[in-house]
Design a protein around this ligand. Structure first.
Ligand SMILES: Cc1cc2nc3c(=O)[nH]c(=O)nc-3n(C[C@H](O)[C@H](O)[C@H](O)COP(=O)(O)OP(=O)(O)OC[C@H]3O[C@@H](n4cnc5c(N)ncnc54)[C@H](O)[C@@H]3O)c2cc1C
Ligand code: SF4
Length: 572
């Protein structure tokens, strides 16, 4: 019998556990002007823009106290937990740093060349590929290939030079809400053992009080989820849906001359029974710093699928054996790996973006066009608009940021997402049934009326199918197992850290298999002697976790581990 992961939710009481109802006494807390939670592209764009505005207004800067802008980032350094394809629409970054040329982006090491040629293929089988005319969402001429991990490091440096206080290795674990207003966040404790006991190096978390709090946690982060519930921000919206991407960067002997996307169906199954929709990218990267020719290659799959044995990691490994890809990687070497989920619901799934004292930017607000796989430019733009909204409010002495929602609607973010608002939903019925309808929505640029609905990924009934039978065996040269992939992600989670993954431990085999195959880091295991049917116990090797976030979409909950734990991405 097919069972859905939503029937086995973990025990989480977000209102009690993740919302703190009272600030600590003044002498025990840190006071800052604006607290930005998440030092990714969106959060740092907000910091960068805010510091530009404050730099020209010393009076307001001074009113914000000793720390006008603080960025809280759980990774070892900004960029450490950031991953994207990424081919970026350049406009918002040019607007954010108007004096920086695209040549300088490349010299700084976060950009790798302008797209001049591109190709889209269908891969009907493991051997064949058919080039097709480039569909509108895949047109990338003039866009730039970037690494968001490297971009975040550059943005961190700019923010620090502008006067920001960047707290890396610090996870924000609670949102502080008093009388219906967000007053800041609390950071997580450090130095706890497996059972939560205090170790010798124990340091308790601290309250950070702020005039404004910006949630820039990436795809529906921990505090974002709590805020959405607390302030009913998703009321009347479609549910959020998710996709999972696994990426590698390869050093290659010869440059790739074009940007490539493939739309399957191989190695996914075309029958709608499997519920699989996904695709791949291969982007050329000329690394000006090292002089190397590199490529970014990745597989993205919607977390809507029904076959529990769907594994983005194994699909990518298998995809690399296709002659189209093998020729590009031949003689090359894998230099980076990582995985991350992204919000796929688009316009109708975006929550309300402001609440008293706080607002949402980037993926936290669901600002991604997954038809085109584009979110980086929206993250930057939304971060900038958030900064401008906060700055205007601070000058008025107000913490009412409600004008932000309208400003986003009227900006390129709202307009672009509106055009594709109904394009992706038909694909929840599968490629064959949903493809033509999705195509009509794309070519009409959103002119057809109506609101297409989404259903939650965790309500899909799962079955243990045969997608797994098509996966290649790792050869350690071109194809790899999950553990060697996690190894090169730089993951450095302490062996005796407390568990940060909330899942039920005894669940039907279909649900357990879903987690085992889905997790790109090999966190979940079913013991060999578990029964073939019925409920099984799941082992959770949480120290392998690369914090991709996918488990939150399929029946579990990722909470922030101790600050500094997790991967240390450099060029993803
Ligand atoms: C596989 C994949 C491929 C993609 N390809 C493209 C592409 O080619 N082009 C494109 O434009 N877009 C692409 N996107 C989308 C794009 O990458 C995202 O929209 C964008 O990078 C999100 O940026 P962000 O700053 O909102 O979130 P993130 O980059 O996720 O940053 C959030 C940051 O917050 C930190 N954080 C989270 N919670 C906490 C907490 N509680 N305390 C402290 N720190 C916290 C995280 O560690 C992280 O550094 C892709 C996304 C994925 C996953
Ligand atoms: S355990 Fe970690 S790496 Fe695995 S799916 Fe969950 S969030 Fe991703």
């Amino acid at each position: 019998m097919a069972v859905a992961p939503s029937g086995y939710p973990p025990q989480v009481d977000s209102s009690k556990e993740f919302i703190k109802r009272q600030l600590d006494p003044e002498d025990e807390l840190i006071e800052v002007g604006v607290a930005i939670i998440g030092g990714g592209t969106a959060g740092l764009a907000c910091a960068n823009r805010l510091l530009q505005l404050l730099g020209e207004d010393p009076e307001t800067m001074e009113r914000l106290g000793e720390v006008p802008v603080a960025v809280v980032e759980k990774a070892k350094t900004c960029g450490g937990h950031n991953l994207s394809g990424a081919v970026m629409r350049p406009g918002p970054l040019e607007e954010l740093f108007p004096d920086l040329t695209r040549e300088q982006w490349r010299e700084e090491g976060f950009a790798f060349g302008e797209v001049k040629k591109e190709a889209v293929y269908l891969t009907p089988t493991a051997k064949r590929s058919v080039r097709i005319p480039t569909p509108p969402p895949f047109k990338n001429h003039g866009n730039e290939v970037v690494s968001v991990s490297a971009l975040a490091r550059y943005q961190q440096q700019q923010a620090e030079e502008g006067g920001a206080y960047i707290l890396t290795e610090t996870a924000a674990t609670q949102l502080i809400v008093e009388n219906g207003v967000v007053l800041g966040v609390r950071s997580g404790d450090k130095g706890r053992g497996k059972d939560g006991e205090e170790l010798g190096n124990f340091e308790p978390g601290t309250d950070m009080k702020a005039h404004a709090t910006v949630l820039a946690e990436g795809c529906w982060g921990h505090l974002t989820g709590a805020a959405i519930r607390e302030f009913e921000l998703a009321e009347g919206r479609e549910p959020q849906v998710w996709e999972l991407g696994v990426k590698e960067v390869w050093k290659v002997p010869k440059p790739l001359d074009r940007l490539i996307h493939t739309m399957g169906p191989w190695p996914l199954k075309i029958s709608s029974k499997y519920g699989q929709v996904g695709g791949t990218w291969i982007y050329p990267m000329k690394n000006e710093k090292t002089g190397e020719d590199q490529v970014s290659i990745g597989f993205v799959v919607e977390l809507e699928y029904a076959d529990a044995t769907t594994s983005a990691h194994d699909l990518l490994q298998t995809f690399k054996t296709h002659p189209l890809v093998r020729e590009i990687l031949e003689g090359g070497e894998r230099i980076a790996w990582g995985a991350k989920a992204l919000p796929g619901g688009g316009y109708w799934s975006m929550p309300k973006l402001s609440m008293p004292g706080a607002l949402l930017v980037g993926d936290s607000g669901g600002m991604v066009d997954t038809m085109a796989l584009k979110g980086v430019h929206h993250c930057i733009k939304s971060g900038m608009i958030a900064a401008e909204t906060i700055y205007a409010a601070l000058r008025r002495g107000s913490n009412d940021f409600s004008s932000y929602d309208e400003a986003i609607q009227e900006s390129s973010v709202g307009k672009e997402l509106w055009q594709v608002r109904n394009a992706r939903q038909p694909l929840q019925k599968g490629l064959i049934l949903g493809g033509p309808l999705s195509g009509i929505q794309q070519v009409t640029n959103g002119k057809l009326p109506g609101r297409a609905s989404w259903h939650r990924n965790d309500t899909t009934p799962m079955f243990v199918g045969d997608t797994k039978d098509g996966y290649v065996k790792p050869d350690g040269k071109y194809t790899f197992d999950k553990l060697s992939s996690v190894f090169i992600s730089g993951n450095a989670t302490r062996d005796d850290a407390p568990n940060h993954i909330r899942v039920r431990r005894n669940v039907p085999r279909e649900v357990a298999e879903t987690w085992v195959w889905m997790c790109p880091a090999g966190v979940y295991e079913i013991p060999d002697d578990a029964p073939a049917e019925g409920n099984v116990d799941v082992t959770v090797n949480y120290t392998n976790c690369v914090q991709c976030g996918a488990i939150t979409a399929k029946g579990g909950r990722l909470t922030p581990p101790e600050g500094g734990d997790g991967p240390l991405y450099q060029i993803t």
